[in-house]
Design a protein around this ligand. Structure first.
Ligand code: FAD
Ligand code: NAP
Length: 348
């Protein structure tokens, strides 16, 4: 079995935190995955599943086995008059998959272009951007149970998708390794343009009748302008979820802050822009030690160099406290925390 011991994860998490895995294995086939899981069970090793490391905070070295699913392959497995059913291996790059789909004429993922990470992680938090979520295009997935090595199919309803959430972050957290994900992609484009600056960007690029590839190009340009490239400045994307507040709380806040951006939800709640709250609390561009809120989008915490997980979490807590003091709104972290300090029970 191809396990490595004491492997640095510094290049395997986009925050660029230097932490070590006690053991590390990348697996590219189902049979190999079953064997590795059985061996880890035999040795009673704790297990962490690692994709591209773009939505985690390593708060110390990781005890036990860090397992990276590297199953590859993208293929159309069925089609109807309106849809393609497309399956991708967990180890495929998400953005690579989006680009490949568009090149094949399999439409519908264009708004999710340039999200870092892997296909296998995409259902975990029901990735979303620019008015589209994974749930809108998801069909089903296959996953292997960590405690038995059995393969199980999950339908759309089995996954309990919600805003940046799924059953894999809740009841079934750390219970399954997702191996393959299937998507229902469109034969005829159904563009979603009514979000943020998408239309303005298309106009600025001189596109008057956009197709799916134009939308992807516009979103790539918007993201490249606004978000730090993890290869240059370590980050894990949005560090907090956009909070939902009751209509009564929103009325209270709006009275005090008439410019407060908010979006009505089906539940009757209002979604607030966490980045705006952080900026108003004085944190845009501000640092605590080596970690700061990014100067172009305060919702993104960046590693200015040499940050440890504890530095990231200290900055996160300071921001949570500042937003609470000003607005009495609680910010919940989006990335998951792993490593020694996580085991010691850090607050979420
Ligand atoms: P990791 O960070 O490696 O893991 C995340 C979680 O998924 C962990 O709990 C891990 O155990 C689990 N996991 C990973 N793979 C598997 C698997 N195969 N089976 C079971 N569990 C698994 N997110 C958005 O939703 N929208 C965005 O627009 C967005 N933009 C981003 C921009 C930047 C610059 C960055 C750095 C991040 C952004 N993110 C965004 C967050 C992140 O890219 C996504 O959440 C992505 O899906 C994480 O994928 P990953 O492979 O890196 O997962
Ligand atoms: P933005 O366009 O500046 O918008 C700020 C916030 O307002 C976003 O959080 C967004 O909520 C909300 N919003 C804007 N227009 C909206 C609309 N028409 N309807 C409903 N909500 C609206 O945000 P941004 O930072 O540049 O990011 C653009 C998109 O990429 C967002 O969807 C964001 O979620 C996504 N993104 C996610 C991550 C991550 O790590 N999770 C990182 C970077 C970007 P939503 O976030 O709910 O969409």
């Amino acid at each position: 079995m191809n396990w490595q011991e004491r492997v640095s994860l510094a290049q395997r998490n986009t925050l660029g935190i230097d932490a070590c895995a006690e053991f590390f294995a990348a697996v590219s086939e189902e049979a190999e995955l079953a064997a590795v899981l059985a061996a880890a069970r035999c040795r009673d090793l704790p297990l962490m599943v690692l994709g591209g490391g773009s939505n985690i905070v390593l708060a110390g070295d990781v005890a036990g086995l860090v397992l990276q699913p590297a199953l590859r392959g993208i293929r159309c497995v069925a089609e109807t008059s309106t849809h393609f059913l497309v399956e991708a291996g967990a180890g495929e790059s998400w953005h690579g998959f989006v680009q490949y789909s568009l090149a094949q004429g399999w439409y519908g993922l264009e708004n999710l272009a340039l999200i870092p990470g892997t296909v296998g992680a995409s259902p975990i938090q029901n990735i979303g951007a620019y008015g589209l979520e994974l749930t809108d295009r998801f069909h089903s997935l296959t996953a292997m149970a960590i405690d038995s090595g059995e393969l199980r199919e999950f339908s759309h309803s089995d996954c309990h998708f919600a805003y940046r959430d799924s059953v894999f972050k809740q009841a079934l957290a750390q219970r399954y390794v997702i191996t393959r994900v299937r998507f229902l992609l469109l034969k005829q484009p159904q563009l979603r343009l009514d979000y943020g600056d998408v239309r303005q960007e298309l106009a600025a690029q001189g596109v008057s009748v956009p197709g799916p590839r134009d939308v992807a190009a516009a979103i790539i340009a918007l993201r490249q302008r606004k978000l730090p490239d993890p290869a240059v400045l370590g980050n894990a994307g949005s560090f907090f979820k956009n909070p939902r507040v009751s209509a009564a709380d929103f009325a209270r806040l709006q009275q005090a802050y008439p410019g407060l951006p908010a979006y009505p939800q089906d539940s009757g709640e209002m979604k607030l822009a966490a980045g705006w709250l952080i900026e108003q609390a004085g944190w845009k561009g501000r640092r605590l030690g080596p970690v700061g809120a990014y100067e172009k989008q305060a919702l993104v915490l960046v590693n200015h160099g040499g940050a440890r997980g504890s530095d990231v979490l200290a900055a996160a807590r300071a921001i949570q406290a500042a937003v609470w003091d000003k607005f009495a709104v609680r910010l919940e972290m989006e990335p998951l925390v792993y490593g020694a300090e996580a085991a010691a029970g850090l607050p979420r």
